[in-house]
Ligand binder design. Sequence first.
Ligand SMILES: Nc1ccn([C@@H]2O[C@H](COP(=O)(O)OP(=O)(O)OP(=O)(O)O)[C@@H](O)[C@H]2O)c(=O)n1
Ligand SMILES: C[C@](O)(CO)[C@H](O)COP(=O)(O)O
Length: 232
Amino acid sequence: MLLKIDLKNIMKKYAIIVAGGSGTRMGAPMPKQYLEIGGKPILMHTLSRFFEAEPKAELILVIPEKDFSLWKDLCVQYKFFIPHNLVSGGNSRFQSVRNGLNSITENEGLVAIHDGVRPFVNPEVIQESFEVAKEKGSAIAVVALKDSIRRLTDDGKSVYQERQYFRLVQTPQTFQIRKIKKAFDVTELHTFTDDATVYEHQGWQVSLIAGNLENIKITTPEDMAYAAYLFK
Ligand SMILES: Nc1ccn([C@@H]2O[C@H](COP(=O)(O)OP(=O)(O)OP(=O)(O)O)[C@@H](O)[C@H]2O)c(=O)n1
Ligand SMILES: C[C@](O)(CO)[C@H](O)COP(=O)(O)O
């Protein structure tokens, strides 16, 4: 029997996990991505989620070059064997993502970009982000707001905003490789707060998908207590 495989439909998948930051707002003795919760460093949980969701995806971990040996020691200490490539971080999240993208030699395929400090991403969200990005070019995980919101005005007052028109933006943010590489080949702007804003700067519309509420970005000390609770 002849097995027909449609090579065009087998797209290579990558995930860039950015963890090049210093965790200033956490104020811990070491950058927050290496802190232990639920028995292992935060970054290992995040990499495990991607491995669970997409075992064939190539994982690229972006951390400061000075931390390479610390990370390798942690992998030995925690018996962490999920395969991944290490790439040096940059001075900003934008630059860390760009370093990750530059390490991918292919132009075809899909790449998910994810904050290393979001260890609670649902594997189903990761899978959907690849499916939607394949179809539409991009997939940005977002969640609706639960609270009312107000916009502060320059005269010290505030105005009501209709919350149904707003979404909180998470990662993964997943893209067709050719397009996101082109998008990152620009001078960094202060408006580039995530990867969606970089993509949009090309005049392209992003596609939104539903994220998961627990997929918090561990940022300040209170988040550690909540994260520890979620891991129980
Ligand atoms: N130069 C940088 C800065 C940030 N990040 C990553 O981008 C994600 C989101 O950034 P943030 O939560 O702001 O992390 P930090 O920059 O470490 O935190 P802080 O702003 O409090 O210093 C994190 O996984 C962080 O490691 C990165 O890869 N390279
Ligand atoms: C990319 C991001 O996590 C989407 O919410 C967020 O914009 C990162 O912000 P930070 O100021 O770099 O933490």
